[in-house]
Design a protein around this ligand. Structure first.
Ligand code: CP
Length: 322
């Protein structure tokens, strides 16, 4: 029981006990966020850089807030205004930033494996904040946290993920995390949106939205990634909405206590109708709130390992409570 990793690059090889440690630690930080003073001194003297090579609203702001709530020194890097524009390489950029004595790097990059590449070139702890269509582990962890908060233990819970699975790093990380935690996962969408041999990940595939959502405890709806549609994946957005969009009629055919989730940003009126996104079954903004606590927990656990202190769960929980 505990956490011994220096980096968080994905959820594919992260075990049940490790995920439970993160979620339990996040619960303690979630309590901190409800206090009048939403800050702990844990990261005094630790410097974190947010290295974003791709657009982001939620992940970038959530990490920055998590770092500030932990009292870290925070630097933000934006590719569009950096010396990458003058031809500097990723490796040189990272090594120069590390030379400023940075302890941890949060990285979003359009290329799968970019955060893994960085671990071979700098000593800082690396957190993957989304690498192309590969993984987005902290999004999956905040999804798991929000699910657990609402439906309890995920063992045996039925989760349906709807949409653009093939382009989705969120889907990939969600699937690894959910299967590890014992949930039953169904993927639903057009055949062109399903990765080849995805069943090998331990999921079921359906192309019938009513069948796939009828008994689901949780329906997690993904964004149609217009920026990644280079092939002929869809005849039209309108056809997608007709066949797979979640509106109030489709919601009415689901369980009355179903949980509606979406990682954001939402294409309103495409994959999700506005009245469902903003309706009583939606926990979309709770996901965002919980994301700060989950990212505080990930930063905290990695920093402890970086300080070469093997942590045990009771010790973590005791300290976070202070
Ligand atoms: N969910 C998510 O990753 O959103 P951003 O792209 O805004 O960070």
């Amino acid at each position: 029981m505990g956490w011994s990793r220096k980096h968080l690059l994905g959820l594919e090889d992260v075990g049940r006990d490790e995920i439970t440690t993160i979620l339990d630690t996040a619960s303690k930080f979630r309590e901190v966020l409800d206090r009048p003073v939403k800050k702990v001194p844990t990261f005094r003297g630790i410097t974190v850089v947010n290295l974003f090579f791709e657009a982001s609203t939620r992940t970038r702001m959530s990490f920055e807030l998590a770092e500030k709530r932990l009292s870290a020194d925070v630097m933000n890097f934006s590719a569009s205004t950096s010396s990458l524009k003058k031809g500097e390489t990723l490796r040189d950029t990272a090594r120069n930033i590390e030379a400023m004595k940075v302890d941890m790097v949060v990285m979003r990059h359009p290329s799968p494996g970019a955060p893994h590449f960085l671990t071979n070139h700098i000593d800082a702890s690396i957190i993957n904040a989304g690498d192309g269509p590969h993984e987005h582990p902290t999004q999956a962890l905040l999804d798991l946290f929000t699910m657990r908060e609402n439906v309890g233990d995920l063992q045996g819970k039925r989760v349906t993920i709807v949409g653009d699975i093939v382009h989705s790093r969120v889907a990939r990380s969600d699937i690894w995390g959910l299967v590890t935690m014992g949930a039953t996962v169904t993927l639903c969408g057009p055949k062109t949106f399903m990765p080849a041999e995805v069943e090998a990940m331990g999921v079921t595939v359906s192309h019938d939205i009513r069948e796939a959502t009828a008994d689901a405890d949780i329906v997690n709806i993904l964004r149609i990634q217009r920026e990644r549609q280079e092939g002929c994946f869809l005849p039209s957005l309108r056809e997608y909405t007709d066949l797979f969009g979640i509106d109030s009629d489709r919601l009415a055919a689901m369980r009355p206590d179903v949980l509606i989730m979406h990682p954001g940003p939402i294409n309103r009126g495409v994959e999700l109708a506005p009245d469902v996104a903003d309706g009583p079954r939606s926990v979309i903004l709770d996901q965002v709130t919980n994301g700060v606590a989950v990212r505080m927990a990930v930063l905290y656990l990695l920093s402890r390992v970086r300080a070469s202190e093997r942590v045990d769960e009771p010790e973590i929980l005791a300290e976070v409570t202070i």
